[in-house]
Design a protein around this ligand. Structure first.
Ligand code: FES
Length: 138
C-alpha cells in the first residue's frame, strides 16, 4: 500500500498515515478514536500494519480495521463501483459512511441513505458491503 494513506468518517474522524509508525499518524477525531489509538500504540507496538483487527462494531474499530487491512494489502472490497443504488443514486461512499455511523443492517442502511427503497435489486450489494465491513473485524 502506498503512503500516505487516509481513512475517514466524513466530518468526524480522519486518520492519515505517512509512515507505519503510529506516533507519526495524523489524527483528527473524537475522543474515543484518540483513546483507542493510544491503547493500540501501547499494547501492539510501533508497526500499524501488524496490529490485530478489532472485534467490536463501532466507527473507531471500523476505521482502524480499514487502516490495518489497507496497510496489509488485504482490503478486498466486494463492491467495485461508485454507485450502489441506481434508482436512488446512492453512492458507495454514502453507504460506507452510513455503516461507519452505525447502520448495521440493510434496513438501517435503507432508512439512512434511501438505498434499496425502489426496485430493491441493490439490496444484495448492500448486504455484501455490510458483511465485508463486519467480517473484517473478526
Ligand atoms: S437499484 Fe437500488 S432500489 Fe433499485
Amino acid at each position: 500500500m502506498e503512503l500516505p494513506l487516509v481513512v475517514e468518517l466524513q466530518g468526524r474522524d480522519r486518520l492519515e498515515v505517512t509512515s507505519l509508525d503510529p506516533f507519526k499518524m495524523q489524527v483528527i477525531g473524537c475522543e474515543s478514536l484518540h483513546q483507542k489509538l493510544n491503547l493500540m500504540k501501547q499494547s501492539q507496538g510501533s508497526d500499524v500494519s501488524k496490529w490485530t483487527l478489532q472485534t467490536d462494531q463501532n466507527h473507531v474499530s471500523l476505521l482502524i480495521n480499514e487502516l490495518i487491512l489497507k496497510l496489509q494489502n488485504k482490503w478486498n472490497h466486494p463492491y467495485p463501483h461508485e454507485e450502489v443504488c441506481h434508482c436512488r443514486t446512492v453512492s458507495l461512499e454514502t453507504v460506507e459512511q452510513a455503516i461507519m455511523n452505525g447502520a448495521q443492517t440493510p434496513e438501517m442502511v435503507s432508512k439512512w441513505t434511501m438505498a434499496s427503497t425502489a426496485c430493491g435489486t441493490c439490496r444484495i450489494d448492500v448486504e455484501k458491503i455490510l458483511k465485508f465491513r463486519f467480517q473484517n473485524e473478526i
